[in-house]
Design a protein around this ligand. Structure first.
Ligand code: IVH
Length: 700
């Protein structure tokens, strides 16, 4: 039977299959690029998209002569690949600094005064304008005729969207009036009015198309259409507010400039206001803030611009923003809605996060149905109850938050929220440690929310070190129920032989890669005890602690028994004292280890794993070794072995390897180019060994 090349691991592809795959990938990636860049409506996640590109590159590396002319790897960067020509702006398109409160605005004006050396009583007139939430564009007119239009892009280079801009009726195709310079570049903002946005989304929903997240995205998606006919159907509008290249000056002040633009037929925001002094800015900001909801378009603040253009010229810019202008942002928009439910999400680290389920409401242009409640204490502090009317806010792109409760609107009988003490995903105990805000699920290895992360850790290099098993594979195996816990890894090959599994037939796997994986797993059936412990992913048990535990308890059976006893004795008996008596293990780490063992799921995981693998006890320190029990520090470069090897050797001989020299250090082994540690050893009178002497010791 012919196999589907899409499902074959890259290294297993035949030449013919590789060719077909490259063609498919070029097609698919181009389609996703179109959805993402031109339609602002991606259908796959970034991770899935990256996987497609990675697969394309991997195949191209193997079959260099099959690289296609239209290969995605030949298109540079993320910007739209085809369709739009690039335009380099004759003057860079700048962005604006932000002010968030009155103090920021005052500082902005003071900077200007200082920079220009103005007297304290010299008024600084400003023009205040609403800050439109759209996308900026540059419109070039030559001899009064519109010739070219571009998006901002990265500020230096944008995309040529001339044909699309011609479809916007707000913009004059030819300028009528006097005094128009030969070259006139007008800049402004393209936006979509709120109502038009809602209607567009409604129509898209009826057609089963994806929805735009907000008017800004809708405007961007509409302007950046490859087919201007589509742009023409979209209700786009423009406000002009700045200029780029000019062949002759057209005004002395920003205000006069706006007046001329209006006279020439450009749409200028009617709410722009000339403020003779900075005291007037505050009034403008507050008035626009009050009107904000009623405005037909979305704004996210107001912009103040120095009115005198000679001053603007002198002020210039700092790092891509003019010194003569600032955006005074509005605080995050807040709205009220009803709290329908509180659900608990479990993160990859096991932290339980409460999430508010809301009656859908539009905040800052986006429909919000979920908001974070942060943690248990926050719910209590704000006394948030299901059924409450809550205030939520969203600032920029951040996750919406519940700010508080509207006290007067609480329904009768609303009960305080009781935070669960069991994980909603796996029903394991969820524990909150003193001093921590998060309650965490203790079901680590069996909790679906954490399992993939835990399995990834389990196979990682310092743990079981199973090669060829990436996160994507683990995720897929988990999802399909093939690997639900570590022991399942060791059962895979057997199940494949019995016909219960068909890894070879899965997407991304072929004969060779499957065999390689099974070999890699098989090679780890014997595993050092410390790796076994580390692989379990117990909180606070890193490699060093795993090593301490392995050395102390020596066998898995010993350790399990001791942990069971310590748990049963409620952490107060001998077994507990023994655990905390190990140098380097304090009560906090011990607590995490015992929490892990207290959870029956975790004990079952260890038991299943112990049936599959053979755990090797750490080597006993050589009796009578001169290094047994000594603390040793390595410094400088050794010529006969690597630092890692020297460390392993010293530890095998019963020494403890430390990173810094102290009075407790017994030996400092000095290699080439040793630095301050050698000097410190001398100072403290610690025995210093050269590489030869170290080798003699290491030879036992
Ligand atoms: S003036 C050199 N005026 O805000 C000054 N920008 O955050 C150029 N914006 O990139 C910008 N309304 O896209 C200016 N009335 C307004 C604006 C405005 C919206 C946008 C513009 C700019 C961004 C900076």
């Amino acid at each position: 039977m012919k196999r589907d090349p899409e499902t074959v691991a890259t290294e297993d592809l035949t030449r013919a299959e590789a060719k077909a795959e490259l063609a498919r990938l070029a097609r698919e990636i181009a389609a996703h690029d179109r959805l993402y860049y031109q339609e602002d409506a991606p259908r796959i996640s970034d991770a899935e998209y990256d996987a497609l590109r990675r697969r394309n590159s991997a195949i191209e590396q193997q079959f260099g002569d099959l690289v296609r002319a239209d290969s995605p790897s030949r298109r540079v960067g993320a910007a739209p690949s085809q369709g739009f020509a690039k335009i380099t702006h004759s003057r860079p398109m700048l962005s604006l600094d932000n002010a968030f409160d009155d103090a920021d605005v005052t500082a902005f004006v003071q900077r200007i005064r200082r920079f220009l050396g103005l007297a304290d009583d010299e008024p600084v007139a400003m023009v205040a304008e609403p800050k439109i939430d759209g996308l900026s564009i540059a419109l070039r007119y030559e001899d009064g005729r519109f010739v070219r239009g571009a998006t901002r892009g990265d500020g230096t280079t944008g995309e040529d969207v001339t044909a699309n801009l011609r479809t916007i009726r707000d913009l004059p195709a030819t300028i009528k009036g006097c005094g128009v310079p030969q070259v006139l570049e007008v800049r402004g903002e393209v936006y979509m009015p709120r109502e038009a946005f809602a209607a567009l989304n409604e129509a898209r929903a009826a057609e089963g198309e994806t929805l735009f997240a907000n008017p800004r995205n809708a405007a961007a998606g509409s302007l950046r259409q490859l087919d201007p006919k589509i742009t023409a159907t979209r209700p786009l509008h423009v406000f002009a507010y700045a200029w780029g290249e000019l062949s002759a000056p057209i005004a002395d002040t920003h205000w006069a400039f706006l007046e001329r633009l209006a006279a020439w037929g450009f749409p200028v925001n009617p709410r722009a206001l000339l403020c003779p002094d900075i005291e007037d800015l505050r009034g403008f900001y507050e008035a626009i803030g009050r009107e904000r909801q009623a405005l037909p378009y979305e704004i996210d603040g107001v912009v103040y611009k120095v009115n005198r253009l000679d001053w603007q010229e002198r002020l210039g810019m700092v790092s891509r923003a003019p010194r003569w202008a600032i955006a005074h942002k509005f605080p995050a928009e807040q709205v009220e809605t009803k709290l329908l439910d509180i659900i608990i999400q479990v993160g990859r680290t096991g932290a339980l996060t409460p999430v508010a389920v809301l009656e859908p409401v539009t905040v800052a242009g986006v429909v919000v149905q979920r908001a974070t409640l942060h943690n248990e204490d926050e719910i209590q502090r704000k006394d948030v109850r299901i059924g409450d009317t809550v205030v939520i806010q969203r600032a920029g792109d951040v996750i919406p938050q519940v700010v508080g409760v509207v006290a007067g609107k609480r329904p009768r009988g609303a009960e305080p929220f009781v935070f669960p003490d069991h994980c909603p995903e796996c029903d394991s105990l969820a524990i909150r440690k003193e001093g921590e805000v998060a309650r965490r699920c203790t079901g680590g290895l069996i909790c679906p929310a954490q399992a993939v992360e835990r399995l990834r850790h389990f196979v990682s290099r310092d743990a079981f070190d199973i090669e060829g098993l990436g996160e994507k594979h683990i995720e897929a195996f988990w999802r399909d129920g093939i690997v639900r816990e570590p022991a399942d890894l060791f059962r895979m090959a057997g199940r494949e032989r019995d016909g219960a599994l068909d890894i070879r037939g899965r997407e991304g796997w072929g004969d060779k890669s499957t065999d390689n994986l099974f070999h890699a797993i098989e090679a780890r059936r014997r595993i050092a005890f410390e790796r076994f412990i580390f692989a379990l992913g117990i909180r606070q048990v890193g490699q060093a602690t795993a090593k301490l535990l392995a050395r102390h308890y020596r066998t898995l059976a010993n350790w399990r028994e001791a942990m069971a006893t310590a748990t049963a004795e409620d952490r107060s008996g001998e077994a507990y004292d023994e655990l905390t008596g190990i140098e380097g293990i304090g009560p906090s780490v011990a607590g995490d280890i015992l929490d892990f063992f207290a959870e029956p799921h975790n004990r079952a995981v260890i038991e299943a794993l112990a049936r599959e693998v053979e755990v090797e006890a750490p080597p006993l320190p050589a009796a009578g070794s001169a290094l047994a029990g000594k603390t040793i520090v390595f410094t400088g470069t050794l010529t006969t072995m690597t630092r890692a090897e020297a460390k392993a050797r010293a530890e095998a001989l019963g020494a403890k390897v430390a990173g810094s020299v102290s009075k407790k250090t017994d030996y400092v082994v000095v290699g080439a180019d040793a630095g301050s540690k050698a000097a410190k050893a001398q100072e403290l009178g610690v025995t210093v060994l050269g590489e030869d002497a170290w080798q003699k010791l290491a030879a036992g």
